[in-house]
Design a protein around this ligand. Structure first.
Ligand code: SF4
Length: 328
C-alpha cells in the first residue's frame, strides 16, 4: 500500500497551487487507478478535479466548440452538437473502451491515458518508460501491439486513445492552465514521440492542468470516417485506426485530414500525404498515393510488421468511406 493524501479543490487556481512533487490530478481515474494498483504510479498526493467548473460544451465566437476537460467521454459522444457537426469525433469515442468506462472517463483524462504496453504495466520487468535507463523488453519480446512509425531505440510503445486520433485529424487545440499561466497547444504538438525520453508522453509542464479542448469550425461532417481494426470486436485497443476527413466539391478534394492510431507514440499525421490529395479526384489512385506517403519510413518488429500492410489498406478504405459520405 502506497499512502497518499487527497484534496478536492473547487477552483482551478486552487488546484494548481496544491500541486507539488509527486502530485497527480485525478478525474474519472479510469487509467490512473489501474496504474496505482499495479505500482506503476505511486503519487504522494491526489488532487481530485471533479469539483472544478470544467464540464460544459459551448459554441465559440468563431464557429467552433469548446469542450470542458471534465465532460465525460459518453456525454461528449452523444452530445447533439458533436453528433451533428463532428461525427468523426463521436464515432472515434464510441469505438473505444466500454459504456461503463466512457461514463467515467473525462475528455482531459483521455489525452493523458498511458500506453497499454504489457511490460509498462508489469513492475517486475525493466521498462524505459516506467524506469528510464532500464531497457525496452518489447523490442525483442511481445510486440504485436507496438509502433511501426516514430519509434526509438528507447521505446516502441503506442498511444492507446481513439478519441485523440479524431482530435488530431480535426486540428483541435488543447487549453492548459499551470503555475506559469494559461496557454494553448495545437493538438499535434501535445503528444510527443519517445526519442531519448520515453517517460514523457506529452509536452505538459509540471503542474499544468488541461482545462478544455477546442474544435475549429470545420468539422468535416459530410465526408468523414473512423475505421478501427482490432483483435476482437469490442473493448480492445486498435492494431490500426484511421480518422479520415475530406472536403469534396464536385468529386474533387479541396482539403483532407488523415490521422492514424495504434501505430505510433502519438496520433500520426503527415502533411505531404494530406497535401497530395488536394485537387485530386476522390478516387482510389489518390488514396493509394496518400497511404504510401503516410507510411513512408514505417518499420516493424518480429510480431507487428503485418501492421504496415494493414495500415495501408485501412487508410485506403477509410478514405473511400469518407468520400462516399459520412455513414449515419
Ligand atoms: Fe517500456 Fe516503451 Fe519498451 Fe513498452 S515499448 S517496454 S513502454 S520502453
Amino acid at each position: 500500500m502506497n499512502p497518499f493524501s487527497y484534496a478536492r479543490p473547487t477552483r482551478i487556481d486552487e488546484a494548481i497551487s496544491l500541486f507539488g512533487p509527486q502530485s497527480r490530478y485525478i478525474a474519472g481515474g479510469t487509467n490512473l487507478l489501474d496504474l496505482m494498483k499495479e505500482n506503476v504510479e505511486r503519487p504522494k498526493q491526489l488532487i481530485d478535479i471533479t469539483g472544478l467548473p470544467l464540464d460544459s460544451i459551448e459554441e465559440t465566437a468563431d464557429g467552433g466548440v469548446r469542450i470542458g476537460a471534465l465532460v465525460s467521454n459518453a456525454d461528449l459522444a452523444w452530445h447533439a452538437l458533436i453528433e451533428r457537426r463532428y461525427p468523426l469525433l463521436a464515432k472515434a469515442i464510441l469505438a473505444g473502451a466500454s459504456p461503463q468506462l466512457r461514463n467515467m472517463a473525462s475528455t482531459g483524462g483521455n489525452l493523458l491515458q498511458r500506453t497499454r504496453c504489457y511490460y509498462f504495466y508489469d513492475s517486475t520487468v525493466p521498462c524505459n518508460k516506467r524506469e528510464p535507463g532500464t531497457g525496452c523488453p518489447a523490442r525483442d519480446g511481445l510486440n504485436r501491439m507496438h509502433a511501426i512509425l516514430g519509434h526509438s531505440e528507447q521505446c516502441i510503445a503506442v498511444h492507446p486513445s481513439d478519441m485523440c486520433v479524431a482530435l488530431a485529424a480535426l486540428d483541435a487545440v488543447v487549453h492548459v492552465s499551470g503555475p506559469q499561466g494559461e496557454r494553448r497547444v495545437d493538438f499535434r504538438d501535445f503528444h510527443r514521440l519517445p526519442g531519448d525520453e520515453p517517460e514523457r508522453d506529452n509536452t505538459l509542464a509540471e503542474g499544468e492542468l488541461i482545462t478544455a479542448i477546442e474544435l475549429p469550425a470545420a468539422g468535416y461532417a459530410e465526408h468523414s470516417a473512423y475505421l478501427k481494426l482490432r483483435d476482437r470486436a469490442s473493448y480492445a485497443f486498435a492494431l490500426v485506426s484511421v480518422a479520415a476527413a475530406l472536403d469534396i466539391d464536385g468529386g474533387v478534394i479541396r482539403s483532407a485530414r488523415i490521422a492514424l492510431g495504434g501505430v505510433a507514440h502519438k496520433p500520426w499525421r503527415d502533411d505531404a500525404a494530406e497535401a497530395s490529395l488536394i485537387g485530386e479526384a476522390a478516387e482510389p489512385p489518390a488514396f493509394d498515393r496518400a497511404a504510401q506517403l503516410l507510411l513512408q519510413g514505417a518499420s516493424g518488429f518480429e510480431h507487428n510488421a503485418f501492421k504496415i500492410e494493414l495500415a495501408r489498406r485501412a487508410i485506403k478504405r477509410a478514405l473511400a468511406e469518407a468520400a462516399r459520405g459520412t455513414a449515419a
